[in-house]
Design a protein around this ligand. Sequence first.
Ligand code: SAH
Length: 250
Amino acid sequence: MTRIAILSALMEEQHGLLALLQQPHKTTHAGRDFWLGELHGQSVVLALSRIGKVAAATTATALIEQFGVARIVFTGVAGGLAPGVQVGDVVVASGFVQHDMDASPIFPRYELPLYGRSLIACDTALSALLFEAAEAHLARVGAGFDASSGVAAHRVHRGLIASGDRFVSAAGESVALRSALQSAGHEALAVEMEGAAVAQVCFDYGVPFAAVRTISDRADDQAHVDFAQFVREVASRYACAIIGAWLGLL
Ligand code: SAH
């Protein structure tokens, strides 16, 4: 059976999945813990990417080189950038851009030098199943909502995610980041710190990759407050439910 890697950035995001892992076996490599086992009948390895692009690239490379994974899925949280991408919504990535990649004027802004591209696309089939799993989860959560409470039901979005080595936590910065990307033709829905790095490693090795991020904050002045509370209360449950359903669809 080919092994699937399930990557998360933070311990809180991995917590629930780890609790469900059958025949867990921990092994340490490159200073990281890798949990091998079975989840919903699939052979998996759970790992923390750690935070930021370089750390995430190291983890992804180890998963491919050392553990021979055939597919990688990332589950985590992100800041909402586009209007309408609200806390509690879910974004399934169609692809990734590095918002802090800038080798201009030698290469156009955002272009990955020597790759001839700025965007790395996710695997279409894996992402479609992830979208289906996320929609099913939010429909279940939504069914528990009291419609008269005025709380808007959460939505699943599909689109571009921007990654960079910054926790974006100021409204001005978030607006500037989004409009700079827009002027280069990139409509980013959310911002986080690892996805584009994992996508690039997977692109290099020809390993299919998909990613889902629950929106923990709006990347504004409140971001650090919303973020901490959200990760504690929601992120782990969402990761469990969406990845569980996704594994069942494969
Ligand atoms: N103090 C925190 C730091 C987390 S950094 C801790 O260790 O618990 C934020 C993490 O969430 C990163 O993994 C990033 O991918 C994601 N993220 C969520 N909101 C973000 C935002 N507004 N900007 C950048 N990354 C964000």
